[in-house]
Design a protein around this ligand. Structure first.
Ligand code: BEZ
Length: 233
């Protein structure tokens, strides 16, 4: 199945969405993007996922990230289901669903982008879209991809966390360790020699002593995040 590799330019596809006809690169403009697929409208796990994404949408906006959902259902279904999601979230029924949902009912995009789950089929035996997440940089390149099967719901707080790491590491020569949260110390990558690290990180570099004697576990305080609306991400 075709798919995308990290660093690939995400195709500038056109599609119908609940926000009208959308051309991906134009819709994103200078923003980051999170394009994520779900198996089917009017299903329980998907409802909880899109509900959580809707709750977190102000947090994504604050980071200059545009959310876009996608499934193989029709526009009509998306409009009707969004009302269910709002009700699940106890959101005002009159308010607009905060991000577009693409109607890929002809399956062009899920096939092109490698989002199908061959293990999960609908009543007619057609494969459903998997729970795929693509984080797209302002340069329109794929920065991160996640692929979950239909039976496992994603964690949108984790997606927000990885966006924080991606935006920080796009502008600073650092890496974020396991379970990193904004404000925690970050790591100096192995490619940076000791002398260079001292000048690059004036706040200091702390190296943990290890039995091997090798000095690769190097921490430095998190550099100040640079505004995420920079376009060279
Ligand atoms: C769900 O969203 O609940 C779901 C969808 C397809 C397969 C399994 C679960």
């Amino acid at each position: 199945m075709p798919g995308m590799l990290l660093g690939d330019i995400v195709p500038n596809f056109e599609a119908d969405s609940t926000f009208g006809r959308l051309k991906l690169h134009d819709f994103l403009g200078d923003s980051w993007g999170v394009l994520f697929s779900h198996p089917r409208d009017f299903t329980p796990v998907c409802t909880t996922e899109l509900g959580r994404a809707a709750q977190l949408s102000p947090e994504f906006s604050r980071r200059n990230v545009k959310l876009i959902a996608l499934s193989v259902d029709s526009l009509e279904d998306h409009h009707s289901w969004s009302k269910d999601i709002m009700a699940y979230n106890n959101m005002d029924a009159g308010s607009e669903f905060p991000f577009p949902i693409i109607a890929d009912d002809r399956r062009h995009l899920v096939e092109m982008l490698g989002m199908l789950d061959p293990e999960e089929k609908d009543q007619t035996g057609m494969p459903l879209s998997a729970r795929c997440v693509f984080v797209i940089g302002p340069d329109k390149k794929l920065k991160l991809s996640i692929l979950y099967p239909a039976t496992t719901g994603r964690n949108f707080d984790e997606i927000l966390r990885v966006v924080d790491s991606l935006q920080l590491t796009a502008h600073n020569r650092v890496a974020t360790p396991v379970d990193w949260r904004p404000g925690d110390s970050v790591m100096v990558p192995p490619s940076i020699p000791e002398q260079e690290a001292m000048t690059l990180f004036p706040a200091g570099v702390y190296t943990k002593d290890l039995p091997s004697g090798k000095k690769y576990l190097r921490y430095t305080p998190q550099p100040n995040p640079i505004s995420s609306d920079c376009t060279d991400g």
